[in-house]
Design a protein around this ligand. Structure first.
Ligand SMILES: Cc1cc2nc3c(=O)[nH]c(=O)nc-3n(C[C@H](O)[C@H](O)[C@H](O)COP(=O)(O)OP(=O)(O)OC[C@H]3O[C@@H](n4cnc5c(N)ncnc54)[C@H](O)[C@@H]3O)c2cc1C
Ligand code: SF4
Ligand code: SF4
Length: 418
């Protein structure tokens, strides 16, 4: 247990938390950032491309990693969560629990421990679609660029083999969890979002039909560092996908699940339709939507994607997704609202546009922060605990960056004189 004094503590190292941390530090604040994953970057790390420009997300992330690395005013902890917060605006005491990585800063990411390790664990980055060794680098561009040992192998012969394989003495099997209490003036809460557990929407078939995936799994399938090296293949038999159905509002806008619109999933599916069209020229993509929500400047992106005659947008309500034994494909059934006709479309793969659930629906500060009925954070203006990014509302990256910058300004105000 140790105590440290900083101006601002940021919780969550996604694009919102990283932006808030660098903006505050570049304005002169001493900032500490805590992230529960073994790497920074949040959900954006697992995207294949960003809409609307369709550039790789690593471009945006790398700039922030560099700003963090080069700024002595920012320190960060991975594998870390907040245990308790006491105090009030201008004077909070935040105790964080730093879990062991079992790998120290000597790590060169040479990979020898991974070669020596026999145990495998589900690959978290790929939403469990494949496995990684239990001594692993989270991904090729990970920041920090250091291996991690999964806690599951600690105390086993595998862990010993990893330690023996490391010539840099980077593996420390005796590492213990550590508690640190930070004395800070303000806290930025940027714990982002989680996908809705769409298995709960029974008729959509997730978890029962192997070729029904979530939109997040599909991002990984299309990514060059994903489970199939960027080839869009059916999990059931490895066959190339030639037809695909994107089913919108999966869990969202449904009073039995998420009663709100998740805001960005229309744009995400429009973007994902371009992945399959580019990778498999003879492919067809069907997008089944209730409304297309591509607000403001994103209308142009929608119009561009809609020009492709092999991307077929249908205003509809999908009622059933099932396996089609005759063709080995998936049968999508519902109603075409425009034509007033039944839909019966067989495709190779279905992608569900999952809803976004705020991180604050699961874990939120006990002090000061309030949430609406859906769990989105609504802290009062007088609070020194400031929500940022998708904990407030579903947001795309550009809006998250803007919101995080505003949160940094608010946090700086009233904390810098400390
Ligand atoms: C399928 C899909 C595709 C998308 N594609 C695009 C796109 O092309 N372009 C675009 O602009 N946007 C896209 N988005 C939206 C984008 O993912 C979000 O805008 C972005 O993730 C918001 O960043 P964030 O930092 O607020 O949240 P997150 O990315 O969720 O980051 C939150 C971070 O906080 C950490 N955390 C959570 N809880 C805790 C805790 N208790 N303690 C410590 N750390 C914690 C998490 O591990 C994570 O690192 C897409 C979304 C989906 C669903
Ligand atoms: S922990 Fe050691 S063996 Fe493993 S990647 Fe790092 S330096 Fe290499
Ligand atoms: S953004 Fe589109 S797919 Fe997502 S919930 Fe709203 S209308 Fe449905």
């Amino acid at each position: 247990m140790s105590d440290e004094r900083k101006n601002i503590l940021v919780v969550g190292g996604g694009i919102s938390g990283m932006t808030a941390a660098v903006e505050a530090a570049e304005a002169g604040a001493e900032v500490v950032l805590v992230e529960k994953n073994p790497y920074l970057g949040g959900r954006v790390t697992s995207l294949n491309q960003y809409f609307p420009k369709l550039c790789p997300p690593q471009c945006g992330l790398e700039i922030n990693f560099r700003r963090i690395k080069n700024n002595p005013k920012i320190s960060f902890h991975t594998l870390t969560e907040v245990e308790s917060i006491t105090g009030g605006p201008g004077n909070y005491q935040v105790t964080v629990l730093v879990n062991p990585r079992y790998v120290n800063d000597n790590c060169t990411a040479c990979g020898k421990c991974g070669d020596a390790c026999e145990a495998e664990i589900p690959n978290q980055l790929n939403y469990g679609m494949d496995k990684v060794k239990a001594a692993y680098l989270p991904h090729a561009m990970a920041f920090p660029f250091k291996y991690v040992l999964a806690p599951e192998i600690i105390g086993t012969a595998d862990a010993q083999k990893c330690a023996q394989a490391c010539v840099y003495k980077a593996i420390d099997l005796e590492m213990q969890p550590a508690k640190i209490t930070y004395d800070v003036g303000a806290i930025i809460w940027a714990t982002g979002w989680d996908p809705y557990e769409v298995e709960k929407v029974d008729y959509l078939g997730l978890g029962k039909i192997p070729n029904v995936l979530t939109s997040l799994m599909f991002e990984r399938l299309a990514a060059h560092n994903g489970p199939s090296g960027g080839k869009i293949l059916r999990p059931s038999d490895g066959r190339e996908v030639k037809s695909i159905a994107f089913v919108q509002c999966a869990g969202s806008r449904d009073e039995n699940h998420l009663a709100y619109c998740s805001g960005i999933c229309c744009l995400a599916s429009l973007k994902q339709a371009t992945y399959i069209r580019e990778k498999v020229p003879e492919s067809r993509a069907h997008i089944y939507y209730i409304d297309v929500r591509a607000m403001g400047k994103y209308e142009d992106f929608y119009t561009r994607v809609d020009q492709d005659e092999n991307i077929i947008l249908t205003k509809s309500k999908i009622a059933r997704i099932s396996e089609d034994p005759e063709s080995g494909g998936i049968l999508v059934e519902g109603e075409d609202i425009g034509k007033g006709a039944k839909i019966k479309q067989v495709v190779d793969m279905v992608v569900l546009a999952v809803g976004m659930v705020p991180g604050t629906a699961k874990v939120k500060p006990e002090l000061e922060m309030e949430c609406d009925d859906f769990g989105f954070a609504t802290a009062p203006g007088t609070s020194g605990i400031i929500p940022a990014g998708c904990v407030k509302a579903p947001m795309e990256v550009a809006a998250s960056v803007q919101d995080a910058t505003a949160a940094a300004l608010k946090a700086i105000h009233g904390t810098m004189g400390r």
